[in-house]
Design a protein around this ligand. Structure first.
Ligand code: UDP
Length: 230
C-alpha cells in the first residue's frame, strides 16, 4: 500500500456507514475528519446502495475488520510495526495475542486500552512514537477515534497509516460474533448484529431515515435531469 511508503504524515482510513453519516451531519469535527480522510471504506450495505442509487457507482462493501486483517497480513509480510490503541484492556490484550498468532511475523510493537485520560495522553503519544509503529489501529469507536485522530495526528512521528477500527477488537477477541457468511453475502450483517445486540436499535433507528434521504436525493436528481431537457 502506497500510504506506507509515501511521505511522513499519518494517512487516515475510516469506515463509513449510514449511522456515521448521520452522526457527521450533527458533528462538525467528525464531518471534517471524514472529509479529510485519505481513504473511506464503505463498511455498510446502506452506503453501497446509496452510491448505486444516487450516483450509479458500483462499489463493493468492505468491512473494516477485513481491511484491518489485510493490513495486518501486509505488515507481517513487509515488516511494518503496528500499535493497537483502544478497547477494554483485557479485550485489547487478547486481540493483540490473537493477531500475533494469526499473522506470523507481525510485530505489534505496542498496545494500550482505550480509556486513556487527557492527562495521560502525552505518555501514550510518547509510547506510540517510541514503538516506531508505522501502522496505528484506533479502536475507540465513533466519533471518538476520528476526533482523536484530528486532535493528535500531528504529534505522531512514525505512523504512516492510522485505521479507525471501532469495535473490531471485540470481534477479534471473540466477545462479539460476526454474522455467518451467508448473512454477510446477503448484506444483512447489520440485521444479525441487531438481533444479537438489540440495544443497537438506538443507533440503527436512523436507517429508515437514511433510506428516505437517499430516495429523496434520487428523486431530486431525476427532477433536475428532466428540467435540463425542457
Ligand atoms: N472504547 C474505548 N474507549 C472509549 C469508549 C469506547 O476504547 O472511551 C471502545 C470500546 O471498548 C469498544 C469500541 O470502543 O471496543 C466501540 O465499539 P463499537 O462497536 O461501539 O464501535 P463502532 O465500531 O460501532 O464504531
Amino acid at each position: 500500500m502506497d500510504f506506507l511508503k509515501s511521505g511522513s504524515r499519518p494517512h487516515s482510513i475510516f469506515a463509513v456507514n449510514p449511522e456515521k453519516n448521520f452522526l457527521a451531519s450533527k458533528d462538525s469535527v467528525l464531518s471534517e475528519t471524514l472529509k479529510n480522510a485519505d481513504l473511506l471504506i464503505p463498511d455498510g450495505i446502506g452506503i453501497v446502495l446509496a452510491a448505486r442509487i444516487l450516483y450509479g457507482i458500483k462499489i463493493e462493501r468492505i468491512p473494516g475488520v477485513e481491511f484491518m486483517e489485510d493490513l495486518c497480513a501486509l505488515a507481517a509480510k513487509e515488516g511494518y510495526r503496528a500499535f493497537v490503541y483502544g478497547g477494554r484492556d483485557e479485550v485489547n490484550r487478547a486481540a493483540v495475542q490473537i493477531l500475533e498468532g494469526r499473522y506470523s511475523g507481525l510485530e505489534i510493537a505496542g498496545r494500550s486500552h482505550g480509556y486513556v485520560s487527557e492527562k495521560e495522553m502525552p505518555d501514550l503519544i510518547k509510547r506510540i512514537n517510541d514503538s516506531k509503529a508505522e501502522v496505528l489501529f484506533l479502536a475507540l469507536g465513533s466519533p471518538l477515534q476520528e476526533k482523536w485522530f484530528t486532535a493528535y495526528n500531528h504529534l505522531l512521528k512514525n505512523v504512516k497509516i492510522c485505521q479507525g477500527i471501532g469495535g473490531t477488537l471485540d470481534t477479534i477477541a471473540g466477545n462479539v460474533k460476526r454474522a455467518p457468511v451467508i448473512w454477510r453475502k446477503c448484506g444483512a450483517e447489520w440485521l444479525y448484529r441487531l438481533l444479537a445486540e438489540p440495544t443497537r436499535i438506538k443507533r440503527q433507528k436512523v436507517l429508515p431515515l437514511f433510506a428516505f434521504m437517499v430516495l429523496l436525493g434520487k428523486f431530486k436528481n431525476l427532477l433536475k435531469g428532466s428540467q435540463k431537457f425542457q
